[in-house]
Design a binder for this molecule. Structure first.
Ligand code: AHZ
Length: 326
């Protein structure tokens, strides 16, 4: 008999030996090993529907006017959401993500090879989130990017002031007059379920929804007694959905120049993206972070290193928090 077979037999015997002491979440309910009479508490199908729809529409109602709207739940958007929601539980924070799942490119580290590289000092954010990593000196490695993606998502979603509308695309920005010479500011976002957004060419009359920024009166002018809300756009570099606000801002800010993301240069790209993240100079209430900044400011791309995504999100969050503190 081979050594492997002997080991397997020994493990099986060990399992049998310990079977009586196996504990799990249902141990107190299923008193014996007999699952044949197992039942769930009864429920009506309509109850399930109401449990979901009532909450969804209540959330839609509550978040129809938001303090912070984050477009795109990639690594930069989620990092910003975490810092904002943690520091200001009183703000209504709305995250809108076109995809079903959050985390954008960080779900699979961009490289499609699982491990996520974060250059120092970006790892300090991983420490704050209690995400384990291997320390390689100048950089750290999270064993799977999904560990980052799932942890940051779960922490963000636990803040009561955050609502995550996934499978929802931002189709446009709401604008308002903001100066005597035709200047505009952003005052909200136009949204639709992503499947609807993708089907606009096939159907007519599929009206979008709107989420407005806080701090406006019925006539669209600013209510100066209140702090006005802000939009943080983190939709990534250009692609089927990416660089959404960067491309749209050209019609809002007369001086805007969409410089376009440059080729890969890890050393320059990461610091550059961080430096150019935060408040957008041309339009009040508009902030950018992550790779969308590279499209706006003409930074290089960095490929699969994520320090700049985390740090640019933190920097934009810091500027947004300052706005609400002033
Ligand atoms: O689905 C998009 C993704 O999850 C979402 N998004 C884009 N347009 C949207 C819209 N409405 C709602 N109109 C939208 N959601 O935005 C998210 C962007 O995530 P990302 O991971 O692509 O962007 P990021 O900037 O947070 O991270 C970029 C990661 C990259 S790309 C890169 C390179 O190419 O060199 N290197 C890194 C680290």
């Amino acid at each position: 008999m081979s050594a492997t077979a002997t080991n397997t037999q020994t493990e099986a015997a060990q399992l049998q030996l310990n079977a009586g002491s196996i504990r799990h979440a249902l141990s107190d309910v299923v008193k014996t090993d007999d699952w044949s009479d197992f039942k769930f508490t009864p429920i009506r199908e309509s109850t399930v529907s109401r449990a979901m729809t009532s909450r969804y529409f209540k959330d839609l109602d509550k978040h129809a006017v938001s303090d912070v709207i984050i477009i795109g739940a990639g690594s930069s958007g989620l990092s910003a959401a975490y810092v904002i929601a943690k520091n200001r539980p009183d703000l209504i924070v709305t995250i809108i993500e076109a995809n079903n799942c959050p985390a954008g490119g960080s779900w699979l580290a961009g490289s499609l090879m699982s491990a996520m590289i974060v250059r120092k000092p970006g790892h300090l954010f991983l420490e704050e989130l209690e995400i384990p990593f291997e320390d390689e000196g100048d950089y750290v490695v999270v064993k799977h990017a999904a560990l980052f993606a799932s942890t940051v998502t779960s922490k963000v979603l636990q803040f009561p002031n955050v609502k995550f509308f996934n499978a929802t695309a931002v189709e446009d920005l709401v604008t308002r007059p903001a100066g005597p010479n035709g200047e505009l500011t952003v005052a909200g976002v136009v949204t639709n379920w992503t499947l609807v957004t993708q089907a606009h060419d096939l159907q007519s009359c599929m009206d979008p929804n709107v989420i407005e920024l806080a701090g406006y009166k019925n006539d669209g002018t600013r209510d100066v007694s209140k702090k006005h809300g802000v939009i943080l756009s983190t939709t990534g570099h250009d692609g089927p959905f990416g660089a959404f606000s960067a491309k749209r801002i050209v019609s809002i800010d007369k001086n805007s120049q969409l410089k376009g993301m440059k080729g890969l240069d890890m050393n320059n790209a990461e610091a550059d993206v961080v430096k150019n993240s935060g408040k957008y100079k041309g339009v009040d209430s508009m902030y950018f972070a992550g790779m969308e900044v590279a499209e706006l400011a003409g930074c290089n791309r960095m490929g699969p290193t994520f320090g700049a995504m985390l740090v640019s999100g933190i920097k934009a969050a810091e500027e947004i928090l300052k706005h609400f503190a002033e």
